[in-house]
Design a binder for this molecule. Structure first.
Ligand code: DGL
Length: 257
């Protein structure tokens, strides 16, 4: 069984990538909506949330954690990963690795303010592509719009347009350095120069997860997902059904803190 966590709905994009990669493991998904958005929190607060999220998933007896939150990976790279009895896949490191062999040299990354502050994406991409020019842009308005259920509205469209206006015109690729952003992809697709490739790191994370499942020798699962939030349960359930189309998954509230 795999554990996934995010500050909220963004990690559903990573879950979708796992399923698209053919991973049939049962999944426990935890949305730390009591603390969303992560992007404007301090490193100390974020490290505390990370520690609690991993402890919570340990309590669910997961075999491994597939992180679905870039911001907490960025903080962990600076302050260390909490000790866990299972392996934890770092989304940003796997995003960087997936650039090996790319032809892109000018790359924009949009991410939360905390992720941009850490420089973790530039480091990860330059490890794979040493001469890459990585331009990181904080996009703090996008997560609250997705969490408020406004991704499909003109608020989503206009906020994306403001971000796209900050992207240098000569970049070859745009990386979604926050798992919430692919939920706004339709607006990016409409506003961006079509020559700019839109890259969702979830695919690299899913490939790493698939390899890890094989390495651990985990028995086949049933592709079921249990979704937990410590936020508002009804809105969460509606959002989960909206974004995943999963009508069978169990949705529950966890009172954690
Ligand atoms: N979706 C998360 C990420 O990938 C966190 C977004 C937030 O809560 O600010 O960074």
């Amino acid at each position: 069984m795999l554990g996934l966590y995010d500050s909220g709905l963004g990690g559903l994009t990573v879950l979708a990538a796992l399923r698209a990669a053919g991973i049939d493991q049962d999944v426990v998904y935890f949305a730390d909506q009591a603390h969303v958005p992560y992007g404007d929190k301090s490193d100390g607060e974020l490290h505390g949330y990370l520690t609690e999220n991993l402890a919570l998933l340990a309590g669910q007896r997961v075999d491994a954690v597939v992180t679905a939150c870039n911001t907490s990976c960025a903080v962990a790279q600076h302050y260390g990963w909490p000790a866990t009895p299972f392996p934890v896949l770092d989304l940003i490191l796997n995003a960087g690795r997936s650039f090996a062999g790319t032809r892109h040299r000018r790359i924009a990354v949009i991410a939360t303010a905390a992720t941009v502050r850490s420089g973790a994406y530039a480091r990860a991409i330059r490890t794979a592509v040493p001469y890459a020019h990585v331009h990181e842009i904080a996009a703090p308005r996008l997560v609250p719009i997705v969490e408020a259920g406004e991704a499909d509205t003109t608020a989503g469209r206009d906020a994306v347009a403001q971000v796209v206006a900050q992207i240098p015109s000569d970049v070859e690729a745009l990386v979604y350095g926050c798992t919430h952003y692919p939920l706004l992809d339709r607006w990016f697709a409409a506003a961006l120069d079509p020559r700019i490739e839109r890259i969702d790191p979830a695919a690299g994370q899913a490939a790493a997860a698939k390899a890890l499942v094989a390495e651990l020798g985990l028995p086949p699962g049933t592709s079921s997902t249990t979704y937990y939030t410590n936020g508002e349960p009804q809105a969460f359930e509606a959002a989960v059904r909206r974004w995943t189309g999963d009508t069978t998954g169990r949705v529950a509230t966890l009172i954690t803190r």
